[in-house]
Design a protein around this ligand. Structure first.
Ligand code: CMC
Length: 428
């Protein structure tokens, strides 16, 4: 079977044979389709990249119709059950699961880059007490670029890896300081003897005790949530990371841009929006009325729907199970009943069934975060911490890909034709 596509241009009657590889055509091949020598050639129009592969990637595989998610070939369910977040971060970055020795070295390297420069701390202290944690996170991650000018050497593999350690290592430190800042509490230095999530909880919640001992069930639950959020192929924030990085900007400013993209309520900001929605609904009996409003187009059901998943998001399934484990320690979060009722009604309703709208990763995560006593406005930061590992893995893949060129989409120009300048006095 020939791997080609024959296109007939009905404007000219000419035929073109376009190569198909990996199930795609090269969009630049369309440029040969012209009506005259001066014609620019055909462009494809895809404003949200809905049907455009922007890169080749070997990191995350996603089949939205079947509800499949794999990191480097490993099903997300197996990783959530058997792995740890730092091991998964190694897998994303290096492509293979580590041996014991490699894992220890990796953990050691990350752990020894958890401290934030004292001037970084000062920078964070400058934020107002009610600054949104994501605004602080984005700014501080971007500011790391000024502390580590060596990061500009993006062609040097050793330097690149150093920034990877720093970004994964410092993300929880910055995240916890956004919280401490909002309460006016002193910042807590990292405790390198704790696990990645154990140390994060330490930096969030330690008060006067000499040593913080995280609850092992909650520490593991958070680790599972971090595994589930670590990467999700070419989503809005990852696309921002790659797009900014394609200009050879350093990974800190690229990561700050990615985090800014995550902040929006249609992306990582949805977990915060879900919690606000559940609180607004307030009780199970008010759910049908809320669904009616969603169907009338008055609002969206936050935490539902996905550009790629047209099936139950496999991450949401795992999070739902994790919620029950957490509640055994923390007591049940009553919002879970409202969420379950929303899900039950939505999954039976034609509006949601026809549009293939299912719960996504953000639908249940906020309920767990709240049970763990994280304030609502830090939820998206909790998404950004693990996603940092995905962003850096994607960035490493991008900078070493020979196909990478600066991201530079085209446009369909809809403005006026050439016209002559009119002086201020003559304008009406
Ligand atoms: N509630 C109600 N209707 C919805 C929803 C929703 N959450 N999501 C999509 N629809 C409807 C939408 O109105 C449209 O209906 P119609 O065909 O009648 O106009 C149809 O479903 C298709 O929607 P779309 O906006 O074209 O879909 P999209 O692929 O552009 O948007 C989305 C994907 C995630 C932005 C959207 O589903 C949404 O806004 N969901 C709520 C926000 C959310 O939970 N975001 C988190 C995504 S998962 C975490 C992450 O990876 O970022």
């Amino acid at each position: 079977m020939p791997e080609t596509l024959t296109v007939t241009d009905n404007r000219t009657g000419k035929q073109y044979e376009l190569q198909i590889s990996d199930g795609t055509i090269n969009a630049s091949d369309l440029r040969q389709i012209k009506t005259s020598k001066d014609d620019f050639g055909i462009l494809s129009f895809d404003p949200a990249f809905s049907n455009t592969a922007s890169c080749r990637s070997a990191i995350t595989y996603l089949d939205g119709e079947k509800g499949i998610l794999r990191y480097r070939g490993y099903p997300i369910e197996q990783l959530a059950e058997h792995s740890t977040f730092l091991e998964v971060a190694y897998l994303l970055v290096h492509g293979e699961l580590p041996t014991k020795v490699r894992l220890n070295t990796w953990i050691n390297n990350i752990t020894h880059h958890t401290m934030l420069h004292e001037k970084g701390k000062k920078l964070m202290e400058g934020f107002h007490h009610n600054a949104h944690p994501m605004g602080m996170f984005v700014s501080t991650v971007g500011a790391l670029s000024t502390f580590y000018p060596d990061a500009k050497k993006i062609d040097d593999p050793e330097t690149r890896m150093l920034q990877v350690y720093r970004l994964i290592g410092k993300a929880p430190t910055i995240a916890s300081y956004t919280y401490r800042n909002s309460l006016g509490l002193p910042y807590v230095y990292p405790d390198n003897s704790l696990s990645y999530t154990g140390n994060f909880l330490n930096m969030m919640y330690r008060m006067a005790e000499p040593r913080y001992e995280p609850d092992t069930i909650l520490e593991r639950a958070l680790d599972v949530l971090f595994i589930l959020h670590a990467d999700h192929e070419q989503n809005c924030s990852t696309n921002a990371m790659r797009s900014i990085g394609s200009s050879n900007a350093d990974p800190y400013v690229s990561c700050a841009g990615a985090a800014a993209a995550l902040y929006g309520p249609l992306h990582g900001g949805a977990n915060e929006a879900v919690l606000r929605m559940l609180n607004d609904i307030g009780s199970v009996k008010k759910v049908p009325n809320y669904i009616k409003k969603v169907k009338n187009g008055e609002m969206r059901l936050m935490g539902f729907g996905h550009r790629v998943y047209k099936n139950y998001d496999p991450r949401a399934k795992i999070i739902k199970q994790t919620a029950h484990q957490v509640f055994e320690v923390t007591g049940k979060n009553p919002l879970i009943d409202i969420a379950l009722e929303l899900e039950r009604i939505a999954l039976e309703d034609d509006y949601f069934v026809d549009r293939k709208l299912y719960p996504n990763v953000d639908f249940y995560s906020g309920i767990i975060y709240e049970a763990l006593e994280f304030p609502t406005d830090i939820f998206t930061v909790l998404f950004a911490i693990p996603r940092t590992s995905g962003w850096v893995a994607q960035w490493l893949e991008m900078v070493t890909d020979p196909d990478t060129r600066i991201a530079r989409p085209r446009q369909i120009f809809t403005g006026p034709e050439k016209r002559d300048f009119v002086s201020l006095e003559d304008r009406v």
